[in-house]
Write a protein that binds this ligand. Structure first.
Ligand code: G
Ligand code: G
Ligand code: G
Ligand code: MN
Ligand code: NA
Length: 249
């Protein structure tokens, strides 16, 4: 396919870029983390969202090279930030199950000179569908050196408490469908409360995603979420603007 060949050369041609979206402490308003979100500025098609090309990268195996490149770029950017600010990188299950996946992450940290405790890896529950040894090894090997793990898109998939029991997650990200959208109401409010309570008992951070209004921020904060992310605070921005957001604090 055309897009496959283009994707393979996109890194060399400098068409890919990492944007950074702040994740904010809901008590202090300070930026605690930036989530790395990849963008592809295609010469003909314009800006492509990850939803349009990550699946292609997964089908073709390009995800391993691409994923390692993204982690390396994200780690380099984070090395410029204050030491209490962390970087969160999304990992595809296929990337994690590929041979040498943990080494790819360690190389990125070493080249950037970033302390492993400043890297967070966001994984989704689909990773655990086939509970395989490679996944366990990956999480164990990187947790051991201080890398943190976050469970992303919580509530949309299987939402099994078994994963939370088994793996050392430091953070749960409540999917934005629980914060805004047509189905938000009494039920979703109860669900956010319950997840926030679970987080507090397990000493995990709970991130409310997709916050667009001050009212939504108030609701999730009162529900007990500790962190927030969304357009209300900021969109994903290029690295120099991430630095400016930090400088304004
Ligand atoms: O803004 P947004 O369109 O950036 O992201 C859409 C989806 O793409 C999200 O589910 C996000 O997790 C995923 N995504 C964004 N950046 C990356 C990345 O670097 N690697 C992987 N595997 N997924 C990403
Ligand atoms: O699946 P993941 O959480 O990694 O995806 C993050 C996605 O959410 C990205 O596509 C990002 O652009 C998007 N996003 C971030 N903040 C908001 C928001 O406030 N509203 C909406 N609609 N999307 C958001
Ligand atoms: O301009 P844009 O649509 O990306 O803005 C999205 C949100 O980001 C807006 O709600 C705005 O309040 C916030 N935002 C834009 N610039 C800044 C900034 O310099 N600092 C902070 N803290 N938020 C900003
Ligand atoms: Mn994410
Ligand atoms: Na998410």
């Amino acid at each position: 396919r055309e897009i496959e060949a283009e994707l393979r050369s996109a890194i060399q041609k400098n068409e890919l870029s990492i944007f950074f979206q702040p994740i904010v402490d809901l008590d202090t308003g300070r930026i605690r983390t930036f989530e790395a979100l990849v963008r592809w500025f295609h010469p003909q098609k314009g800006e492509l969202r990850p939803d349009e090309f990550i699946p292609v990268a997964e089908e073709t195996g390009v995800i391993v090279t691409l994923g390692n490149w993204i982690t390396a770029q994200a780690a380099k950017a984070a090395a410029q930030w204050p030491e209490d600010v962390t970087i969160a990188v999304n990992l595809s299950p296929l990337q994690i199950k590929a041979p040498g996946a943990a080494l790819g992450v360690k190389n990125a940290l070493r080249e950037a000179g970033l302390d492993p405790s400043r890297l967070e890896l966001e994984v989704t529950e689909s990773l655990f569908l086939d509970d395989n040894y490679a996944t366990e090894q990956f999480i164990e090997e990187l947790s051991e050196i201080g890398v943190r793990f976050a469970l992303d898109d919580f509530g949309t998939g299987y939402s099994s408490l078994g994963y939370i029991q088994k793996y050392p997650f430091k953070k749960i990200k409540v999917d934005r469908s629980f914060v805004s959208g047509p189905d938000v109401g009494k039920k979703t409010d109860a669900i956010i409360h319950a997840v926030a309570e679970l987080g507090s008992k397990l000493e995990m951070d709970i991130v409310a995603e997709g916050l667009e209004t001050v009212e939504q921020v108030r609701i999730v904060r009162e529900a007990g979420c500790t962190l927030g992310q969304g357009y209300y605070f900021s969109r994903a921005v290029p690295d120099y603007l991430a630095l400016m957001l930090l400088a304004q604090e």
